[in-house]
Design a protein around this ligand. Structure first.
Ligand code: KG4
Ligand code: ZN
Length: 335
């Protein structure tokens, strides 16, 4: 069974072809719009939709070529229909339904967050349900109990900024281009300790919710103070040290909440997914925990279509999906 995966929810246009029978990814193509949006310090929705439109057909053709398959051999089309930017989602969904109509291929509508949640299965052959999932991306920070495909319970989430968004905003202070998460992590990797200390909001709250906007503001105040002291020329080792302390604060919160969730649910498997799960220091710290931690392969942490094709496949296999056509810019995966 061949699944064509289409992802266009934000600033990455991605196409994949997944063979469900042999559990093999036959092809993956990705075009990132990052350079275009970097100039504006964040994603510009109108530019994003236009860029998806200009690249998507080329990517579909080259993905088919790489897989050695013809479009007529595709059995299902799995497409992200939310959450994400409305215009961007419509590009992927419209192409999916156009191909569906022309060639009579059914469409499976996929939740982008479920794609992330399931992305670890692409490389972790020993992973099985149930498990705890920590989704840490640019737009979301959620802890869920993943009971089975299409059966997720929200345990906690950020009440304000997402972790990736916080990394991006802190990086911006230091003049790092969007998306700044990996760049902040790289600067932090030059240190193994720091003289700076930032607050860990809600770390001891009674629930599994989180908050990161206060941390971001605290870094901003510290930055302004130091920037004034150094007359706008903060030495690199100070910037590295601030990045380290900031990253440490984020990771302390994530670890504390993950352990609390494990204790409350009696689940000892934790799956970390989404763009921030590419953070090597986060992986290093999590690997030391007394619970089993799974990560996606680095290339499947940020947005991609392999996870969408795979999510479409397992939803078809294990869950019932509606075939109504719509895009859902805000869409939770828990009920
Ligand atoms: O999952 P993703 O590709 O897109 C969304 O669905 O939001 O996540 C992108 C986010 C960005 O905020 C980016 O700065 C962050 O993931 N990110 C990182 C790292 N790599 C990507 N944050 C921290 N450390 C990293 N190594
Ligand atoms: Zn994403």
């Amino acid at each position: 069974m061949l699944i064509l995966g289409i992802e266009s929810s934000c600033d990455e246009t991605a196409i994949a072809i997944y063979d469900g029978r042999s559990n093999l990814l036959l092809s993956h193509k990705l075009y990132t719009q990052i350079k275009k949006h970097s100039l504006y310090g964040g994603v510009v929705p109108e530019l994003a939709s236009r860029d998806h439109l200009s690249k998507i057909m080329f990517l579909i053709k080259s993905s088919l070529k790489e897989s050695g398959k013809k479009i007529s051999q595709i059995d299902y089309i799995a497409v992200t229909v939310g959450p994400g930017l409305g215009g961007s989602l419509l590009v992927g969904a419209s192409i999916a339904y156009a191909i569906s109509y022309a060639l009579d291929i059914p469409v499976i509508e996929v939740n982008h967050l479920e794609g992330h949640l399931l992305s670890a299965f692409l490389s972790e052959k020993n992973l099985t349900f149930p498990f705890l999932s920590l989704i840490v991306s640019g737009g979301h920070t959620q802890i869920l109990e993943a009971k089975a495909v299409d059966n997720y319970k929200l345990l906690g989430e950020t009440l304000d900024d997402a972790v990736g968004e916080t990394f991006d905003k802190v990086g911006k202070l230091f003049g790092l281009l969007y998306p700044a998460g990996a760049k902040v992590a790289l600067l932090a990797s030059n240190c193994s300790s720091s003289d700076f200390y930032f607050p860990r909001p809600m770390i001891d709250s009674n629930d599994l919710n989180m908050s990161f906007s206060g941390l971001k503001t605290s870094v901003l105040y510290q930055f302004n103070k130091i920037n004034k002291y150094y007359d706008g020329n903060i030495p690199n080792h100070i910037i590295n040290s601030i990045c380290f302390a900031f990253q440490e604060a984020i990771i302390d919160v994530l670890i504390k909440k993950a352990l609390k969730a494990s204790k409350e649910t009696n689940l000892d498997k934790l799956v970390i997914v989404g763009g921030v799960s590419a953070n090597l220091y986060l992986r290093e710290r999590l690997a030391k925990l007394p619970i089993k931690v799974f990560f996606p392969n680095l290339k499947w942490c940020t947005d991609n279509a392999a996870m969408i094709a795979y999510a479409g496949f397992v939803n078809l296999k294990y869950a019932k999906k509606s075939l109504e056509f719509d895009v859902i810019p805000r869409w939770d995966i828990f009920s």
